[in-house]
Ligand binder design. Structure first.
Ligand code: HH2
Length: 265
C-alpha cells in the first residue's frame, strides 16, 4: 500500500502532494513501482495535528481518487463518514479507517475496510500512552471491531495495530515482536511503520541524534520486512519501490521453503 498525503502538514511529506496534479502523478508512479493499493488521505494524523473540515478534506481527496481509480486500487484514509462516501462514489474500494468506526459505511457500499487501533486522538495521543498489556489490548480491540464488521456484512476486513498511534517506542516494538498474535485473529493484517518517529529514536544518525523522516528508509524497510515475515499481508509505505523489493524477497524465501518441504517428502 503506497501512501499519498494530499495535505500541507503530513509528518514526512507534508506539502509535496498537496497539489492534485502532483498527487495523481505520484499515485501513478507508486502503482508503476508495484503498489497494489494507493492510500489517499486529506487529513494528517501526525501527533498534534489539527483536524480538517469535512468539506475541505473531501475537496482534497475526491479529484485525486477520480483520476487514480481507473488505474490502480484506491483506499481512502479518513475517519469521516461523508468523506468516505464521497471517496467511494469517486472510485475508492477500501476505507482505511484509523478510528475503526466506519464499518457501517463499508457494509452499505460493499467495499473493504481497515480497522486500525489508536489510543486517544491524534492531537493528544502521544502525551502519555499507557497499557497493562499492549499486545492483548490491541488484539482484543481489533478482534471485536473486525467481528462487528463481519456481522454487519463487510466482506473484506483488515486489522492494523496502529504503530505510533498512542504508543511509545516500547509499545511499537512489542506489537511488532508479537505480530503473530494479531495474525492469529484470522483477519489479514496491515502494518504501517514507514518513516515513523520511533525509527528515528531507535536508530539514530551517526552523530547520535534521532534521524529525520527522510533518513528513515532503512528502518522502514527493516520493520516492513519484519512485519511481512511475521505474517502481515500488507505494509503501508511511502517508499514503494524499496518495499516491493523486500516483499519480493520475502515471497521468494516462502517459495524456497515450500520447495524444500516438497523435496523432503
Ligand atoms: N499511519 C498513518 C496514517 N494512516 N493508516 C493505517 N492503516 N496504518 C498506519 O500505520 C497509518 C495510517 C500516518 O502516516 P502518514 O499518512 O504518512 O502521515 P500523516 O498522518 O501525517 O499524514
Amino acid at each position: 500500500m503506497g501512501v499519498i498525503n494530499v495535505t500541507p502538514d503530513s509528518f514526512s511529506d507534508g506539502g509535496l502532494y498537496f497539489d492534485p496534479e502532483r498527487a495523481v502523478a505520484h499515485g501513478l508512479e507508486l502503482a508503476r513501482q508495484g503498489a497494489d493499493v494507493v492510500d489517499v488521505g486529506g487529513e494528517s494524523s501526525r501527533p498534534g495535528a489539527e483536524p480538517v473540515s469535512e468539506r475541505e478534506e473531501t475537496r482534497r481527496v475526491v479529484p485525486v481518487i477520480e483520476a487514480l481509480s481507473p488505474h490502480v486500487r484506491v483506499s481512502v484514509d479518513t475517519v469521516k463518514r461523508a468523506v468516505a462516501e464521497a471517496a467511494i462514489a469517486a472510485g475508492a474500494t477500501l476505507i482505511n479507517d484509523i478510528s475503526a468506526s466506519l464499518w457501517p459505511v463499508a457494509a452499505e457500499a460493499g467495499v473493504g475496510w481497515v480497522a486500525m487501533h489508536m489510543q486517544g486522538e491524534p492531537r493528544t495521543m502521544q502525551r502519555d500512552p499507557r497499557y497493562d498489556d499492549v499486545v492483548a489490548e490491541v488484539a482484543a480491540f481489533l478482534r471485536a471491531r473486525a467481528g462487528a464488521a463481519v456481522e454487519a456484512g463487510v466482506h473484506e476486513v483488515w486489522v492494523d495495530p496502529g504503530i505510533g498511534f498512542g504508543k511509545t517506542a516500547a509499545h511499537n516494538l512489542a506489537l511488532l515482536r508479537h505480530l503473530p498474535e494479531l495474525v492469529a485473529t484470522g483477519f489479514p493484517v496491515l502494518v504501517g511503520t514507514s518513516r515513523k518517529s520511533f525509527l528515528g529514536a531507535l536508530a539514530p544518525d551517526p552523530s547520535d541524534r534521532p534521524s529525520d523522516p527522510g533518513q528513515r528508509l532503512p528502518g522502514s524497510i527493516a520493520t516492513a520486512t519484519w512485519a511481512m515475515l511475521a505474517g502481515a499481508s500488507m505494509v503501508r509505505v511511502h517508499d514503494v519501490e524499496s518495499a516491493r523489493q523486500a516483499a519480493t524477497l520475502v515471497g521468494a524465501t516462502r517459495v524456497a521453503e515450500a520447495g524444500a518441504a516438497l523435496c523432503d517428502r
